[in-house]
Design a protein around this ligand. Structure first.
Ligand SMILES: Cc1cc2nc3c(=O)[nH]c(=O)nc-3n(C[C@H](O)[C@H](O)[C@H](O)COP(=O)(O)OP(=O)(O)OC[C@H]3O[C@@H](n4cnc5c(N)ncnc54)[C@H](O)[C@@H]3O)c2cc1C
Length: 397
């Protein structure tokens, strides 16, 4: 249940392999979701595999590069290479369109859809699961051998199922759409100036004259909480950008909309009896960048593959469900450890200043950091020690 990128991707891959699937969401679609709307190279590759990239290329904003602005205002720009054979490295696509495109793809492949169904609990009987919810205040139920939970950062269902004992670590973020922007519309801007660290602000163009502008960071008084709730923090960030002329006279067209992000993978539970968790329901948002769409799509595919294999083998033992967690960790654990380590460094503005200045002079460092953070290059087995990084920066500065 959940028809965001993770649930719809899982439904598509299951239906494409001939499984009977019912996709359930409390919302009616198309629906909006607070997001930066940026699709990284890995997300582009996953969307190509799902078969929705050609449509998204027609409406999405094509992005060719990234500009990073340090806390002291110094900046560096780097091109983003497209994944092998794909026409574009990054796109910005408003979630109201993206999520509906993936959901419709799942439906065209044979999945059913029930919108407006708020799932309250999942019961297990000997033969499988019974997903119980309400639709227009009437009880509804769906029986299946396996359920995939794709409910994003909302943890109410997982708490009720006792999969989560408490609310896990969250980051917070908010975005608004700004109209009337002038300036480059083929690159995204990531800004560490005027934002509590660790965290960052962004300007992601959605057309030649409008952009998704947002701010994100760790929750609590040591993080984004220092400047108030995310929508208030975003308002002050927008004022600062206007003052700097970074919006080229653009004005917010929508009020700031905030939402939490679950960044607790790899400690998050990934399965329960007869249940697999995908996307942010498994804590899969990047603790440094907040990116989560690629991980949602990829975990949806991994879960679908795993479910099909279990069903074909007729083995729905707990051990097989736990194997799924190992598959997720094999794909994401190192990336998450590295990004968490880098996030610790990004607490210190002078270091970020030096890193951005060094990156602007050294093409290799710039490309390496960009590719690692975007997940398009393998990260080192163990993050370098603080002494090694300091030495490296001293040599490059
Ligand atoms: C402000 C902000 C900016 C972001 N920017 C980016 C970005 O630029 N790029 C990027 O890659 N990621 C970004 N992210 C992260 C990204 O939005 C998420 O990681 C991604 O949406 C996770 O997908 P999902 O399918 O797991 O969950 P979601 O997209 O959250 O979907 C969950 C679905 O489950 C449904 N649901 C929840 N509970 C129930 C229930 N009880 N019953 C029925 N249905 C239920 C919801 O209605 C929803 O449709 C951002 C997040 C935020 C908050």
């Amino acid at each position: 249940m959940g028809a965001g990128p993770s649930g719809s991707a899982a439904a598509y891959f299951l239906a494409a392999r001939g499984a009977r699937v019912m996709l359930v969401d409390k919302a009616s679609f198309p629906r909006d979701k607070a997001c930066g709307d940026a699709l990284t190279p890995c997300a582009i590759a996953a969307l190509q595999e799902i078969g929705v990239l050609p449509d998204l290329l027609r409406t999405g904003q094509r992005i060719a590069g990234i500009e990073v602005v340090a806390p002291d205002g110094s900046a560096t720009t780097a091109p983003v290479p497209a994944p092998g054979g794909l026409p574009v490295p990054m796109l910005v696509v408003p979630r109201v369109a993206l999520d509906n495109a993936i959901r419709e793809r799942a439906l065209r492949s044979g999945a059913g859809f029930a919108g407006g169904v708020h799932v309250g609990d999942i019961d297990r009987d000997g033969a499988g699961v019974i997903v119980r919810g309400t639709s227009h205040e009437r009880p509804v139920a769906f029986a299946a051998p396996v359920a995939i939970v794709a409910t994003g950062a909302s943890v109410a269902l997982l708490r009720r199922m006792r999969v989560l004992a408490r609310t896990p670590e969250m980051m917070l973020a908010a975005r608004a759409y700004v109209n009337g922007i002038t300036g480059p519309s083929d690159r995204v801007q990531v800004r560490f100036d005027g934002v509590p660290l660790p965290g960052y602000g962004w300007i992601f163009p959605v057309s030649g004259s409008s952009a998704n502008v947002g701010i994100g960071g760790v929750a609590g008084p040591a993080g984004l909480g220092r400047v108030g709730p995310p929508p208030a923090a975003l308002r002050s960030f927008l004022r600062r950008l206007s003052h700097l002329g970074a919006l080229g006279g653009g004005r917010p067209e929508t009020p700031p909309k905030g939402y939490p992000l679950r960044v607790d993978f790899p400690h998050a539970p990934t399965s329960a009896e007869r249940v697999l968790l995908v996307g942010e329901a498994a804590g899969l948002a990047n603790p440094l960048t907040g990116e989560g769409i690629d991980y949602a799509l990829e975990s949806g595919r991994i879960a679908a593959d795993h479910a099909v294999r279990m069903l074909e083998a007729g083995d729905l033992s707990q051990a097989r469900f736990e194997e799924y967690g190992r598959a997720l960790r094999a794909r994401f654990e190192r990336l998450f450890a590295f990004c968490r380590w880098l996030r610790g460094w990004s607490l210190r503005p002078p270091l970020v200043n030096r890193l951005v200045r060094a990156a602007s002079r050294h093409t290799e460092l710039r490309t390496l950091l960009l590719q690692i953070v975007l997940g398009s290059r393998a990260v080192p087995e163990t993050p370098p020690s603080s002494a090694v990084l300091r030495g490296l920066l001293a040599r490059l500065s």
